[in-house]
Design a protein around this ligand. Structure first.
Ligand code: UDP
Ligand code: MG
Length: 328
């Protein structure tokens, strides 16, 4: 069966005269809800005309997630598991899933049922109409904190202002991509990928479908504030030079300020000791901030230049040995 599957993929499109769609799900410590997600997805797939493979990428979970996924990979031919040796982050987990996916279209979604499977059908319809990328655009977000909604909204708007890549507002990683998009993405080995930006950067024919982002079916968000900040920095730094230019503007502004205070100082016979000291402190702060920004870019050059693998796969289940691609 796997050989069939392989040949059909190599030859193009069909699996037993059905399209093969891969669903990629990054998973980190989702013991509480992962079985439900698998059941809901298997049920969804059974009632669809396409053939499906579910690729779960276990991103170094420390709970029972891996065991549950293994059992399912052994029990269901369409469930596959790629397990990381440690936590590498959701973006790299998705990247790995894209490498292992065999489908003519690949859907990426959260493993917590926040992205409703029923929307996949709408995405497939759009794909059949000729779109290469169909992104889920959140109309509404259920059960998320005000801070999360407000910061996400602000971030997407800021990103739109300062990057030249047109990224649709309020889209996460829930999207369908045609095989040719995935092929190019697989050739973009970035150490800190910001996939939604990379997909927009690629071009092709893209569209969005609206959906209501559900409340998490169970468990807590795995996106700590730290992880959110890292993702936001990855997005800003990989798609914009504006933070670097900030140093120039700040420098110019400060120069003007320094000149002004010099003039005021001369006029007042240099009695403005405290003000000038504070001003120097401020300049010190700005210099450190801009150095930090510079460090962010330089650090990324360093990370990328070392050429280490982007992630390390410890085990895979449910794949045919022959067709398991090499990890990056
Ligand atoms: N996730 C992951 N690695 C991480 C953090 C999260 O693979 O380091 C997974 C997580 O299990 C979920 C998806 O990425 O399937 C999105 O995370 P989460 O639902 O916690 O984020 P939120 O939806 O709250 O933004
Ligand atoms: Mg989620």
């Amino acid at each position: 069966m796997n050989l069939y599957f392989y040949e059909n993929q190599v030859n193009g499109v069909l699996f037993m005269n059905k399209e093969l769609i891969s669903i990629v799900l990054p998973v980190y410590n989702e013991t509480a809800g992962i079985q439900k997600t698998i059941d809901v997805l298997l049920d969804y797939c059974q009632n669809r005309p396409e053939h499906y493979e579910l690729i779960f990428v276990n991103d170094g979970s420390t709970d029972q997630t891996e065991t549950i996924l293994k059992e399912n990979a052994l029990a269901h031919p369409s469930v596959r598991l790629v397990s990381f040796s440690r936590n590498f982050g959701q973006q790299l987990a998705i990247s790995a899933g894209l490498h292992y996916a065999q489908g003519t279209a690949v859907v990426v979604m959260d493993a917590d049922l926040q992205d409703p499977p029923s929307i996949i059908a709408t995405m497939i319809d759009k794909w059949h109409q000729g779109y290469d990328v169909v992104a889920g655009q959140r109309q509404q977000r259920e059960g998320e904190t005000f801070f999360k909604k407000a910061s996400a909204s602000l971030f997407y708007r800021l990103l739109r202002q300062i990057t030249s890549v047109h990224m649709p507002l309020d889209t996460g990683d829930f999207r369908l991509m045609d095989r040719r998009v995935v092929t190019v993405l697989n050739q973009m080995p970035e150490t800190d990928p910001f996939l939604r930006g990379m997909v927009s950067w690629l071009g092709f024919k893209q569209t969005t479908v609206h959906y209501v982002r559900q409340e998490r079916a169970s468990g807590e968000t795995k996106y700590t504030l730290r992880k959110m900040l890292k993702l936001a920095t990855d997005g800003l730094v990989s798609f914009s030079m504006v933070p670097l230019k900030l140093a120039q503007w700040l420098g110019g502004l400060l120069l003007l300020g320094a000149l002004a205070s010099l003039i005021v100082g001369v006029v007042n016979g240099f009695t403005l000791g405290v003000e000038i000291a504070l001003f120097s402190l401020m300049i010190g702060g700005f210099i450190l901030i801009t150095l930090g920004i510079l460090g962010n870019y330089v650090g990324r050059i360093f990370m990328q230049s070392r050429g280490r693998p982007l992630y390390v796969v410890s085990e895979t289940y449910g794949f045919d040995e022959q067709i398991t691609p090499q990890h990056q």
